[in-house]
Design a protein around this ligand. Structure first.
Ligand SMILES: *Cc1c(COP(=O)(O)O)cnc(C)c1O
Length: 231
């Protein structure tokens, strides 16, 4: 038996248990939260083991890695969670299930013009921690972003994504995630649709429980799944 399988099985069981406990604390159903396994630390054949363990949603933060792994593991739903340069849109569209990291109006426009009739499913990334190293719209860009949504035909916006600050304590992290949820709620109020923007992509290995408590529907987990692997 492949030793990696056992390590991943054990890590996944622990992550799954923590997800369930966070759902319980928040009074949410487990089905409301999707685990997206971020495979950037491991080769494609290790990512494939996760499929065998029942994880269908895999993610990468670099487009080139996404292309390579999506080719090697085409059965997965591949999520792009990192910055997408416009010259990489064409190769990304055919293989990506969802882009979490739409972080500029230029990218939004380029996606709209390059997407096929099939369209593309995206989330809008906001930088709420104010860290200059992080991508994402500034909260101040809100009005401009909202104004652009009306021109979209092929780009389908399903919600919002954010990352907590690198050295943020738990209170600050919770505050960031709550802020993203409040932005979503503000949008719902604005369009008069309490089901609009269903997805909130927030929470990584170090903070996914807080994210679930604050309403995350997609948690992006890497290191907690792969720790202890030899590769
Ligand atoms: C790497 C990465 C993750 C996963 O981070 P871990 O802390 O390893 O769980 C989530 N989101 C993005 C955008 C990433 O780049």
């Amino acid at each position: 038996m492949d030793e990696r399988f056992e390590v991943l099985r054990r890590n996944l069981a622990l992550v799954e248990q923590r997800i369930q406990q966070a759902c319980q604390r928040a009074g949410r159903r487990r089905e409301e939260v999707t685990l997206v396994a971020i495979t950037k630390y491991v080769p494609a054949d290790t990512a494939r083991i996760l499929l065998d363990l029942g994880v269908r949603d895999l993610g990468e933060n670099r487009p080139q890695e996404l292309w390579a792994k999506a080719q090697a593991v085409p059965e997965a739903r591949w999520h792009l969670v990192g910055h997408l340069q416009r010259n990489k849109i064409a190769r990304t569209l055919p293989v990506v299930h969802r882009i979490h990291s739409v972080d500029s109006l230029r990218l939004l426009d380029a996606l709209e013009s390059q997407a096929s009739q099939r369209g593309v499913d995206v989330l809008l990334e906001f930088n709420l921690s104010g860290e200059a190293t992080k991508t994402g719209f500034a909260p101040e860009a809100w009005d401009e972003v909202i104004a652009r949504l009306g021109s979209l035909r092929k780009v389908r916006v399903h919600g919002l994504m954010t990352m907590a600050g690198l050295n943020a304590g738990p209170d600050e992290v919770r505050n960031t995630f709550a802020q993203l949820r409040q932005m979503r709620d503000r949008y719902r109020e604005m369009v008069g649709d309490s089901t609009a923007w269903p997805e909130l992509s927030m929470g990584m290995s170090g903070d996914f429980e807080i994210a679930i408590e604050e309403g995350a529907t997609l948690v992006r987990i890497g290191s907690a799944l792969f720790e202890g692997l030899q590769t």
